[in-house]
Design a protein around this ligand. Structure first.
Ligand code: NAD
Length: 480
C-alpha cells in the first residue's frame, strides 16, 4: 500500500488532519494507495509557502524558468514506464493509452510551455509624438490548479506548466480519485530543481481541500477542469472575490457523419472517439449523427467494431477498453443505460456491466454500448454520461442536423466527417463548440486555443491564451 504525501514548500508532508483517503484500483476494486485528506490548514500552509517563493520565482529570468521546466519534462520521459503503470492502475485506463497518450503529453505540456515562456511577448502602442504605451504581462501570484480524474497527469500538467512558465507559484489539487501520478510530480519537480514553494500539491476532497483553494484570499486565479456543476459552484464562490477563473467543463459532443465521408476512416475514428479511455474523455463523441442514406451501413459497421473491442485488464498490452474510475461512476453509467431503455432507446450492443475473472474480478467494467431510436432532446441525449455509451441519430437535412447537434447545454467539441470542403467549413462555422475536428479527432496542436462554449467552458486556455490567463496585463503610458 502506497502512502502518498502532500508536497508543500519542497517537502513531503501528511495532512494536518492526520486522515487519509483510500485510492482504489478500478480494475480490481481494491485499495492500492492512500492520499492525505487535506483541509483549509494544509491549503493555507501551501499558500504561505507559495507567497514566500513568489518574489524570487517571478523575477527568475524566463530562460532559467524554461531550463527547469525542460528538466522536469526530461524526468517525466525518464520515468515514462513507471508513470504510465501508475496512471493505469490508479485510473483503470489501458496501460497502452497511458504509455502513448497520457505520459508523453504530460512531458510535452512542460516542454511546450517552457518554450512559450521565452517567446511570450507583450504589446506596445505608440501615439505618434504624444505618448508611448507598453503593456507589462505580470504573473498573477499564487494560482490554484484543480484537475479531474480522467486524464490525471495530462490535465494537471496542462495547467501547472503554463502557470509556472508565466512566473506564478502554484497550489495544485489533483482529483481525490487519482492522486498517484500527481504525487510523483512533486518529487520530480524537486529533482528538476524547482525552488521550494514554487509548486505545491495538496491532495484531498473537492468540497474540503478544493473549496479551501477557491476561498483562500491569497489565490487570485483559479484554473479548473471538471464537471459543469462543480464549475458553476466555483464560479459562484469566486465571483464576489473577483478572482480570475478559467473553467473547462463537461461535454456532449456530436460526431457528424455525412454520406460522402471516407467510410473506413470515419468509422474507425468514430469508434475510437466514442470508446477511448472507456468514453471518459471530455472530447469523446457521444452522439453520432449519421446521414440517412448510409445510416444502416454505418450503424452495422460501428456496432460490429464496438463488439470487437478488447475489454479487460488495463495492464494487458492488448486491452483497448479498461475499467471505469469508480464504483459510483459505474453505477451512474449503468443508470443512464437504464434511462435510455426507459426513454425508448434500442440497445444495439453492450448495455451491462461485465463480471471479470481472475485478477480483475471485482473491477468496474461496462460493455461498450450503442443505442438508437432516441430523439435528440431526451435526457440520454442531453446529459453527459462520461462512459462507454454512444447514441446514433439519423439526419437528412443540414439545417436540421445543425439544430439537433447544437441542442444540448454543452459546446465543447464537434467532429465532422465529409469530403465536401465547403460543407465542412460551413458546418464548422455554425456549430456552437469551442473545438471542431474535420475528418479527425484528438489531433492537438498545443498552440491553439482550447475551451468550450455554453456550459462547457469559460475562458480559453491553450497556447498563449494560457500564458495570458496566468498573467495580468498592465499598461504603462509614457509621455513623449
Ligand atoms: P469534478 O467536478 O467532480 O471534480 C474535478 C476536480 O474538482 C476534482 O479535483 C475535485 O476534487 C474538485 N472539486 C470538486 N468540488 C470542488 C469544489 N467545491 N471546489 C473546488 N474543487 C472542487 O469532475 P470529475 O468527476 O473529476 O471529472 C469529470 C468531469 O470533468 C466531466 O464532466 C468531464 O467532461 C470534465 N472534463 C472536462 C475537460 C475539458 O477540458 N473541458 C477535460 C476533462 C474532463
Amino acid at each position: 500500500m502506497q502512502k502518498l504525501a502532500n508536497f508543500i514548500n519542497g517537502e513531503l508532508v501528511p495532512a494536518a488532519s492526520g486522515q487519509w483517503i483510500d485510492s482504489f484500483e478500478p480494475a480490481t476494486g481494491t485499495v492500492h494507495a492512500q492520499a492525505p485528506d487535506s483541509d483549509a490548514r494544509d491549503v493555507d500552509h501551501a499558500v504561505q509557502a507559495a507567497k514566500r517563493a513568489f518574489p524570487a520565482w517571478s523575477r527568475t529570468p524566463a530562460e532559467e524558468r524554461c531550463r527547469v521546466l525542460l528538466r522536469l519534462a526530461d524526468l517525466i520521459d525518464r520515468d515514462h514506464e513507471e508513470l504510465a503503470h501508475a496512471e493505469s492502475i490508479d485510473s483503470g485506463k489501458p496501460l497502452s493509452l497511458a504509455r502513448e497518450v497520457d505520459i508523453p503529453r504530460s512531458a510535452r505540456n512542460f516542454r511546450f510551455f517552457a518554450g512559450a515562456a521565452v517567446h511570450f511577448a507583450s504589446e506596445a502602442h505608440t501615439m505618434e509624438e504624444t505618448a508611448l504605451n507598453y503593456t507589462l504581462r505580470q504573473p498573477v501570484g499564487v494560482a490554484g490548479c484543480i484537475s479531474p480524474w480522467n486524464l490525471p497527469l495530462y490535465l494537471f500538467t496542462w495547467k501547472i506548466a503554463p502557470a509556472l512558465a508565466a512566473g506564478n507559484c502554484v497550489i495544485g489539487k489533483p482529483s481525490e480519485l487519482t492522486p498517484v501520478t500527481a504525487s510523483r510530480l512533486g518529487q520530480l519537480a524537486r529533482e528538476a530543481g524547482l525552488p521550494p514553494g514554487v509548486l505545491n500539491i495538496v491532495h484531498g476532497y473537492g468540497a474540503k481541500a478544493g473549496q479551501a483553494i477557491i476561498d483562500h484570499p491569497d489565490v487570485p486565479a483559479i484554473s479548473f477542469t471538471g464537471g459543469t456543476k462543480t464549475g458553476a459552484a466555483i464560479a459562484q464562490a469566486a465571483a464576489p472575490r473577483f478572482k480570475k477563473v478559467a473553467l473547462d467543463m463537461g461535454g456532449k459532443n456530436p460526431s457528424i457523419i455525412f454520406a460522402d465521408a471516407t467510410f473506413a476512416d470515419a468509422v474507425a475514428t468514430t469508434v475510437r472517439s466514442a470508446f477511448s479511455n472507456q468514453g471518459e474523455i471530455c472530447l469523446c463523441g457521444s452522439r453520432i449523427f449519421i446521414e440517412e442514406s448510409i445510416y444502416n451501413q454505418f450503424r452495422d459497421e460501428l456496432v460490429s467494431r464496438a463488439r470487437g473491442l478488447r475489454i479487460g485488464d488495463p495492464l494487458e498490452p492488448s486491452t483497448q477498453v479498461g475499467a471505469l474510475v469508480s464504483h459510483a461512476h459505474m453505477e451512474k453509467v449503468l443508470a443512464y443505460i437504464e434511462l435510455a431503455r426507459s426513454e425508448g432507446g434500442k440497445i444495439l450492443c453492450g448495455g451491462k456491466a461485465i463480471e471479470m475473472r481472475g485478477r480483475c474480478q471485482g473491477g468496474w467494467f461496462v460493455e461498450p454500448t450503442i443505442i438508437e431510436s432516441l430523439p435528440p432532446t431526451c435526457r440520454t441525449n442531453q446529459e453527459e454520461i462520461f462512459g462507454p455509451v454512444a447514441t446514433l441519430l439519423p439526419f437528412d437535412r443540414e439545417e436540421d442536423l445543425i439544430r439537433d447537434a447544437d441542442c444540448t447545454p454543452y459546446g465543447l467539441a464537434a467532429m465532422i466527417w465529409t469530403n465536401d470542403l465547403s460543407r465542412a467549413h460551413r458546418v464548422a462555422a455554425q456549430i456552437h463548440s469551442g473545438i471542431v475536428w474535420i475528418n479527425c479527432w484528438m489531433v492537438r496542436d498545443l498552440r491553439t486555443p482550447f475551451g468550450g462554449m455554453k456550459q462547457s467552458g469559460l475562458g480559453a486556455e491553450g497556447g498563449l491564451e494560457s500564458l495570458r490567463f496566468f498573467t495580468q496585463p498592465k499598461n504603462v503610458c509614457v509621455k513623449l
